[in-house]
Design a protein around this ligand. Structure first.
Ligand SMILES: *Cc1c(COP(=O)(O)O)cnc(C)c1O
Ligand code: SF4
Length: 362
């Protein structure tokens, strides 16, 4: 329901319903390169989005938690959204469940401290949702839509409505990247880059794949975890066809997020030739204890996913109640190092404005 979304955030439906033939962009030469619209297994995941839970009240009902734990007034500028798959991994009746805390609007969000652009992204926008903050890498806001609204999201207030949507605008991205031979890697981000239709994504991937100086394509996505049915055959076959190196960075914060369906999605992504990694955010009350982080990292490597980054929280307005001190973060990483192989311990980093890379904290 678009009406419950803030004006700057895409409704998932709006993004999904843009099937190739119906693209709002009617530049015919671009549209002509698209396959005709085909109904497919992708309907499964679309349905998963349509039936997602979209209020604290319904979420509390679903997980059997007293609605007094929710804070409906925190939902008005950032609505609650969570897939049923994800919600079903929440322990029934546990108001402190680490997955529930990530998605339930909480009173702490009303705290006005913090920043709306905590990592200085607005200054790095080069062209309609194409961001360049670091050398040799550009990041594309492929969609403003997500299948889950993480309450700590640092792009809560991102101006998604100013990003490229139709294919003509995506073509402008392609031209922009073609014109700058210093760009070696494109990162598909959002919102969630997998919330767009397979045919659109396939078009984008194929265009990127033909750019000679581009060496790598990377996804940052939470969909394999929050909506595993999104990993369709069509998507895997698009990925499989790429000649560039392909990296997929999953966003998982807790081992309880990984169930059998997620393992299946991970296996499919691996067999499409991608190198899989994970990025997590250190979150108070979610994973700021040794056991949670240990279980997360161990589970990831058991699934052949390498822990890449553990992020210190971006100081976003409405998310500060998730903050963990650097001191505590250091202690946790030190302890992980003594219990896990080196490759299973993520790099502890913070994202800062005006810094030429993410800042390593250890
Ligand atoms: C995090 C980020 C990247 C990628 O950084 P890596 O250290 O290569 O993972 C690129 N662009 C932007 C804007 C980012 O925020
Ligand atoms: S999936 Fe990522 S972009 Fe979407 S709400 Fe969560 S943190 Fe934000």
């Amino acid at each position: 329901m678009a009406s419950i979304l803030p004006p700057n955030r895409d409704s998932v439906e709006a993004s999904l319903n843009l099937l190739p033939g119906e693209c709002s962009d009617t530049k015919s030469d671009t549209v002509a390169t698209f396959p005709s619209s085909q109904p497919s297994q992708s309907e499964d995941w679309r349905l998963g989005l349509q039936i997602a839970i979209r209020s604290s009240r319904k979420l509390c009902e679903f997980v059997g938690v007293d609605p007094q734990h929710a804070c409906p007034s925190a939902e008005s500028d950032f609505p609650v959204m969570v897939t049923r798959e994800y919600a079903s991994r929440i322990e029934k009746g546990n108001s402190l469940d680490p997955l529930l805390r990530q998605v339930l609007a909480a009173p702490g969000e009303l705290n006005q401290e913090g920043l709306t652009d905590p990592v200085g992204e607005l200054d790095s926008i080069r062209h309609k949702g194409l961001l360049q903050k670091y050398e040799h890498r550009v990041l594309l806001i492929v969609s403003g839509a997500c299948a889950i609204h993480c309450r700590y999201c640092f792009r809560r207030s991102f101006p998604y409505s100013d990003t490229a949507r139709g294919l003509a605008e995506w073509s402008e991205w392609i031209d922009w990247i073609k014109d700058d031979s210093s760009i070696h890697e494109v990162i598909l981000s959002g919102g969630d880059p997998l919330s767009v239709a397979d045919s659109r994504l396939d078009w984008l991937l194929q265009e990127l794949d033909t750019i000679p100086h581009l060496r790598r394509i990377r996804f940052h996505t939470r969909l394999p975890v929050v909506l595993p049915s999104r990993i369709t055959e069509a998507l895997c076959s698009s990925l499989n066809q790429l000649s560039k190196a392909l990296f997929i960075v999953l966003h998982t914060n807790h081992a309880n997020e990984i169930d059998a369906a997620v393992s299946g999605a991970i296996r499919k992504l691996r067999s499409s030739g991608a190198t899989l990694m994970n990025q997590a955010v250190l979150l108070r009350g979610v994973n700021d204890d040794f056991e949670s982080l240990y279980n997360l990292c161990a589970e990831l490597v058991d699934q052949n996913v390498l822990p890449y980054y553990l992020h210190q929280l971006d100081p976003v307005q409405g998310g500060l109640h998730f903050q963990v001190s650097d001191q505590r973060a250091f202690e946790l990483i030190e302890l992980l190092r003594t219990k896990l192989p080196g490759y299973a311990v993520p790099k502890l980093v913070r994202e800062e404005p005006d810094h030429p890379s993410k800042t390593a904290l250890m």
